[in-house]
Design a protein. Structure first.
Length: 493
């Protein structure tokens, strides 16, 4: 067994020791991808290979806190039922000895190629003096990966106004017969930027350009860039670190958003319009997309935030993925909606129509901690209205979603959600006459899709088991035109 395989074996054994205990814990998510034990962050290598979806993730198999990164691995036939697989990458070589950082996957000649960042700390200084290089690992079966002997395939940061330490997160794609990748970077004076590379074979890479650079309040480093074409335009998704709060925006420690534009493949310059946030909740970072065999662009994000308090850590696990979301372009904005395959998880429906709400009410059969709620609301005369989920009257726990018509705001409040971090996040939505809502609740998460994906808010919440109540409230009358509630089945083995 080579060193890489040995490291993988060791890590798998560690995870196996803990996995039963984690599985039965009350906050363990039922239909979201989570690590079997210990730490998870960014989605990596999201791809479709030999008829199945593959999703890898940043993983520390030895601790519920971040540490030397491995790549955890799950696969699925339908984006809903995921199966855990052995760890795919472990640090084992001089160039990745302190971590296999984020990256992506692409199929070439019937094999699955992973392109990732090898991280090495130099002299123990964490934020400087790190050496980041790009490397490739290949698999015939999509399960066992070998690091290629040509590694690292990109070993030096190019000349120019480019920070020489922070150079990571390759996202690779194919365009007109050539391979391209974008890399997260920053300038020497700490402005986030993205670098573009080109290759004919995924091994020899040529630096093309600084493809895009931030201006103004746009962060000191752009992590996890992802460039893709959607309906004739190009979209650059990225995760800028250190954008300062402005009004209702940018209150999370780091951001994840996008710009829309056009990439000139000759010059390597990407011209783009305004920056928009992808998810207006608390917990969403480093999203990655892939296109599947049906031509759909699908996005998954890490449903947590750096440096946020994670109450599951004391029980031996942390980190989760969002549900997969389909990305579409409407009025020059990205809309994201849950993949329809999630309907497979629905159990018996509880249905209401034309219910007037004034004051605070609950509806028989509408409660739970693992469910989907789909609603159409006629806003009628109310100024403020909304709903409370994961509610418990005795302990006064609740996670509250409020619409305020005066300034067109939707407000997600987890101040009394239970354990873990509290706080409020706000964003605007259109509220002309009706609002549609699709809400996914899992044992320690809430994802809210407003107006068919116009806005999304995701949050981790850590209430007690008893907090299963749902109530609806309005200061003046609103009408629930329709409401469907489904309990959702467990989907992760
Ligand atoms: C983003 C990130 C990446 C890096 C990885 C390390 O969350 O910081 O830039 O590759 O996490 O785990």
């Amino acid at each position: 067994m080579d060193k890489h395989q040995q490291q993988i074996e060791k890590a798998n054994q560690e995870v196996n020791k803990l996995k039963e205990q984690v599985k039965s814990h009350e906050w363990n998510l039922q239909y979201h991808v989570m690590p079997q034990a210990n730490w998870m962050n960014d989605p990596n290598g999201f791809s479709f290979f030999m008829g199945e979806y593959h999703l890898f993730y940043q993983h520390h198999p030895y601790d519920p806190k971040w540490g030397p990164m491995h790549w955890g691995h799950v696969k699925s036939k339908d984006l809903v039922h995921w199966e855990h697989l052995p760890i795919a990458l472990a640090p084992s070589e001089d160039y990745d000895k302190d971590g296999c950082f984020s990256g992506s996957a692409i199929e070439k000649d019937g094999k699955l190629y992973l392109m990732y960042t090898g991280n090495v700390w130099i002299e123990g200084k964490l934020d400087e003096d790190l050496k980041q290089v790009q490397a490739i690992a290949v698999s015939d079966d999509g399960i066992h990966f070998e690091k290629i002997k040509e590694n690292p395939v990109i070993s030096e940061v190019p000349e120019g106004d480019i920070n020489i330490f922070h150079f990571r997160d390759p996202k690779v794609w194919k365009h007109e017969g050539a391979y391209y990748c974008v890399l997260g970077s920053k300038t020497k004076s700490n402005t986030g930027q993205v670098l573009l590379y080109r290759s004919s074979n995924l091994i020899d890479w040529e630096f093309v350009s600084v493809m895009a650079k931030g201006e103004g309040n746009f962060g000191f480093m752009w992590e996890c860039p992802d460039l893709f074409e959607l309906e004739g335009k190009e979209v650059l998704v990225m995760s800028p670190q250190g954008v300062k709060p402005e009004g209702n925006d940018y209150h999370n420690l780091h951001q994840a958003g996008y710009v829309i534009g056009q990439l000139n493949y000759q010059t390597g310059i990407f011209q783009y319009g305004p920056y928009y946030t992808l998810d207006h909740g608390f917990d969403f970072y480093a999203p990655q997309t892939m296109v599947d065999d049906k031509g759909r662009r699908i996005l998954i994000g890490w449903m947590d935030m750096w440096e946020s308090d994670m109450p599951t850590q004391e029980f031996g696990y942390s980190g989760a993925m969002t549900i997969p979301r389909i990305v579409s372009l409407r009025n020059d904005r990205l809309y994201t909606l849950p993949v329809p395959e999630l309907e497979d998880l629905r159990e018996e429906e509880t249905y209401y129509s034309d219910v007037l709400i004034e004051g605070e009410t609950s509806l028989k059969g509408v409660h739970g901690d693992c469910l989907e709620l789909k609603m159409k609301i006629d806003v009628k005369d109310a100024t403020t209205f909304g709903l409370k989920v994961r509610q418990d009257a005795v302990t006064k726990q609740e996670t509250v979603l409020t619409f305020d018509k005066r300034d067109g705001l939707v407000i997600l409040d987890r101040t009394k959600a239970g354990k873990g971090p509290g706080g409020v996040r706000k964003t605007t939505v259109s509220m002309v006459k009706t609002i549609t809502l699709q809400i996914f609740i899992d044992k320690s998460s809430v994802e809210i899709f407003i107006n068919e994906g116009e806005k999304v808010m995701s949050a981790r919440v850590f209430p007690t088991k008893e907090a299963q109540g749902i109530t609806f409230f309005a200061d003046h009358s609103v009408e629930i035109k329709s409401l469907s509630k489904w309990s959702l089945k467990k989907a992760i083995k």
